[in-house]
Design a protein around this ligand. Structure first.
Ligand code: MN
Length: 480
């Protein structure tokens, strides 16, 4: 009974899928279909018409566009021929519940067909070319493209791109018409590499941080078979609706799956997307910002946990005003005609902050008094000027109890006898010094003439930053 397994798994009173029926009149060549199936886990069902049924494989990452990468194909039960036209939603509670759409259809030529190897040439609306499926063990097969990529100019999906950086500017650029303006987000910079319905998130230091933010798995399924590299920021939004780096700290360091799952409910994160670096086989790095944004916006990436906030051309004042009203960190000004320059900091991207703030290296603490007796009273912070670590002052506010305890536990093992600071005013005699390894984010009103911070407050730890890269950020002239 060729379709027995297919029928056993389904209740045809409840699913819109076909029960079987008479084979349709055939053309000269047998047909194939690839159905995109948003089941619990997104996959593509690859089906070949043969001997009155559809011989089927479920391919988790879809039909490979490139001979360099083979994809797993799980052999599944034969489906009735009428399934070739099926698209619709299989209701919850049924086998394979989820939406099914036809991703590609066409005819194929059979070149070889054995128990363990199937070689075909596909003539689809999307896919053209020779493929081989070969069994690797039990139900597991692989699908391999034998022809060169269909698109002769295809470039492989990059593995790592260093994010482009922004220069700190004291004010909006004078020639606002040359720029696109975005909100500046207070989170963690992350690039998203999307292919085969899966997302890989990479930090600025090229760390794979995918497992820390399971919220974004859903984004992979929504992107489907597009291959993209996105630039954006992982943020946590507080009860007041604004992004909070302090809050995000509660998620950043977590790696164990159980811990992440538990904290996800308390502190959900989102991904704000602001640039597109690769699209379906082609790098978009050389394109001007305005063109990259146009392509990005045409993708309409928007879901529960991801958004593409707008970029407005020419209206810096409006964007800044809105960023102030929303109590955001500031605005980004990006030259409309600029290519994406990986790892580079230039006037092509400017950050204009609503408050002064920057990362600083922690080099010790002052013991607390009163309620903080025996604990940290204030942090001693500095920045690098070449190899010299310059003392910038003490910071005694901005901590909660949990953070104080955490800082204490991180700093105690770093204790040392001598001051790590080579320059600047001397810290007080009561200071306890540490190796300058921890980096924090601090906000303040201004730099004093003697190079000290005025009214500084601690904003959070920056575990994604290398202390050696922490320098004093001076706003550049706005006369651009
Ligand atoms: Mn399926």
């Amino acid at each position: 009974m060729p379709l027995e397994q297919y029928r056993k798994k389904r209740d045809f009173g409840k699913t819109p899928e076909p029960a079987g029926g008479t084979p349709r009149k055939r053309g000269k060549l047998p047909r194939f279909v690839v159905q995109e199936h948003h089941a619990t886990s997104l996959h593509w069902d690859f089906r070949l018409e043969r001997d009155g049924v559809l011989v089927s494989w479920a391919v988790p990452k879809g039909i490979p566009p490139d001979p360099k990468r083979n994809h797993l194909a799980v052999h599944v039960e034969d489906h009735p021929l009428s399934y070739i036209d099926f698209a619709g939603t299989i209701p919850e509670g049924n086998y394979g519940a989820g939406a099914v759409t036809v991703w590609d259809r066409g005819t194929y030529e059979e070149e070889k067909w054995s128990e363990r190897e199937v070689m075909v040439v596909l003539h689809g609306e999307r896919v053209e070319g020779r493929y081989v499926l070969f069994q690797t063990g039990g139900k597991n097969w692989m699908i391999h493209r034998m022809d060169p990529p269909q698109d002769p100019g295809r470039e492989p999906l990059p593995e790592r791109i260093e994010p482009m950086k922004a220069r700190l500017a004291a004010d909006l650029p004078r020639d606002a018409t040359a720029y696109g303006f975005e909100f500046k987000w207070d989170g963690i910079r992350a690039l998203a590499y999307c292919a085969g319905g899966r997302v890989r998130l990479q930090s600025r230091s090229f760390e794979d941080i995918t497992s820390r933010y399971p919220e974004l798995r859903e984004m992979g399924a929504a992107i489907g078979s597009h291959e993209l590299v996105l630039d954006g920021e992982v943020i946590a939004v507080g009860k007041d609706g604004r992004p909070s780096f302090e809050l995000l700290q509660g998620r950043m360091g977590l790696t164990a799956e159980g811990d992440v799952r538990r904290r996800m409910k308390e502190i959900p994160v989102g991904y704000v997307i602001f640039d597109l670096l690769y699209l379906d086989g082609h790098s978009t790095l050389p394109l001007p910002y305005s063109e990259r944004r146009r392509l990005l916006e045409s993708l309409e990436l928007k879901g529960h946990f991801w958004q593409t906030p707008p970029s407005t051309s020419g209206d810096g004042e409006g964007t800044r005003e809105a960023s102030r009203q929303l109590a955001l960190e500031g605005v980004m000004a990006k030259r409309l005609d600029s290519a994406y320059l990986p790892g580079r900091r230039s006037d092509a991207w400017l950050k204009i902050k609503n408050h002064l703030g920057q990362e600083l290296v922690i080099g010790g603490w002052l013991p607390g008094a009163g309620a903080r007796e025996g604990r940290i009273g204030a942090l001693l912070v500095g920045y690098h000027d070449g190899p010299t670590l310059v003392y910038a002052g003490k910071v005694g506010t901005g901590f909660n109890e949990r953070m104080l305890a955490r800082l204490q536990s991180l700093l105690e093992p770093l204790r040392r006898e001598t001051s790590p600071f080579d320059a600047g005013t001397r810290p007080s005699r009561a200071a306890v010094f540490t190796e300058p390894r921890l980096v924090g984010e601090f906000q303040f009103t201004e730099w004093t003439r003697s190079g000290q911070l005025r009214h500084p407050a601690f904003k959070g730890l920056r575990e994604d930053k290398d202390p050696l890269t922490v320098v004093r950020e001076s706003p550049t002239s706005p006369n651009l």
